[in-house]
Design a protein around this ligand. Structure first.
Ligand code: ZN
Length: 386
């Protein structure tokens, strides 16, 4: 099959363009006049076309609503682990069918808005049985949808009542991670390594258990305080460290010199009225940057907002539009250690989205209002409605 367009293919900036798709992968990209002539053609017309967006940081498995808490926080109340524990109580009380329906709605909203690959974390269970239940639910929903879904076990999201941090971290490392790995329920392990949550010693223990179990490792780092979690991620070879609102220049240099991807999450930073992560310093130092939504129960609730996140990268974070779009595609894929998605080049997955726009600058100009018109995953057009 040959996909062709008279509009713009971004971020490469090709126009007109053609993509030869074979067996779900890109076989060739170039000028339509040089394209193989005997292929069935699908003309996309003038629409802007990009790789499918990759949202490498989301928390979709939860029940309940915390918008009252956000209103209170914006009026001056502090952010504590109490908020997460409220969601844990409400999520534990939701039966499988209810939770599965909520997760499916969130993933469908993301797909409708152009996300073709999505990382989904557990982390509102905080017990062995509940965390396994949540990871299985993500798996069942993923089986029904055409999206590529990457699962992350975030048992260390907060300390459950009745445990100390050290006790619970030991339970996560010694009992929960081996159970997750044995059932093949996740590709990554994540830790909320921040002030008031898990300290560096506990986070390292969990990270080493993840690596020993053959799983990848990623960290929530430097969001609430500068703790050194970024350097811990580098030392353990984490796939990504995420947030980084409090990162300083030394931390930015350490990350940029490493193979650990830095994932920036501008949407919760705005809702939390936090400092903004140092995107420019990371990019200027040569680091690989991803942009993701961090859609979750308590600090940013927007599933299906990756077009907004690209726009926020290009405005609020001082990235160019090309840098922001690359961070939301190839950067997100790098954060998930997926070498063959997020970029339209020979050998890569034929995942692409056509937008109701002419130029990628629309993601900045029309903050949050660029709509996906059509999408293909592995060369197959997928339904965006429903
Ligand atoms: Zn998060």
């Amino acid at each position: 099959m040959l996909l062709t367009g008279t509009g713009r293919l971004a971020p490469a900036g090709l126009s007109p363009w053609a993509i030869h798709v074979r067996d779900g992968r890109v076989a060739w990209v170039g000028d339509p006049r040089d394209a193989p002539g005997d292929e069935a053609r699908v003309d996309i017309g003038q629409a802007l076309v990009t790789p499918g967006l990759v949202d490498s940081h989301t928390h979709p498995v939860f029940a309940g609503d915390r918008s009252d808490e956000v209103a209170a926080r914006l009026a001056g109340a502090p952010y504590t682990e109490g908020g997460i524990l409220r969601t844990v109580r409400e999520t534990r009380a939701a039966d499988d069918a209810t939770l599965e329906g909520l997760v499916e709605g969130r993933l469908r909203a993301s797909l409708r808005a152009g996300t073709t690959t999505m990382e989904c974390k557990s982390g509102y269970g905080l017990s062995l049985d509940e965390e396994l239940r949540h990871l299985r639910i993500i798996g069942r929903v993923a089986d029904r949808l055409p999206m590529r879904v990457v699962r992350t076990f975030l048992g260390a999201h907060a300390v459950p009542p009745g445990s100390t941090m050290a006790e619970y971290a030991t339970h996560v490392a010694d009992d929960m991670i081996p159970a997750v790995a044995a059932e093949g329920l996740a590709e990554f392990v994540d830790v909320f390594a921040d002030a008031g949550f898990f300290d560096l010693e506990a986070s390292e223990r969990i990270g080493r258990a993840a690596l020993a179990a053959g799983l990848g490792f990623r960290l929530h780092a430097e969001q609430l305080a500068r703790t050194g979690a970024a350097e811990l991620g580098v030392r353990l070879g984490a796939a990504a460290v995420d947030h980084l609102e409090e990162l300083d220049d030394a931390g930015a240099r350490a990350l940029a010199a490493s193979s650990t991807v830095t994932t920036l999450l501008p949407a919760p930073a705005i809702v939390m009225r936090d400092r903004l992560p140092p995107a420019r310093a990371l990019l200027d130092a040569g680091g690989t940057v991803a942009l993701a939504s961090d859609a979750n129960a308590g600090t940013f609730g927007g599933f299906g907002t990756m077009p907004l996140v690209v726009g926020l990268g290009a405005t609020l974070l001082g990235m160019t539009v090309t840098e922001a779009l690359t961070a939301a595609t190839e950067g997100g894929a790098a954060a998930l250690r997926l070498a063959d998605v997020g970029v339209l080049r020979p050998g890569a997955a034929a995942d692409l989205v056509a937008w109701d726009a002419e130029h990628e600058g629309a993601f900045a100009l029309r903050l949050g209002s660029v709509r996906s018109l059509r999408a293909w995953i592995a060369g197959e057009e997928v339904a965006l409605s429903g």
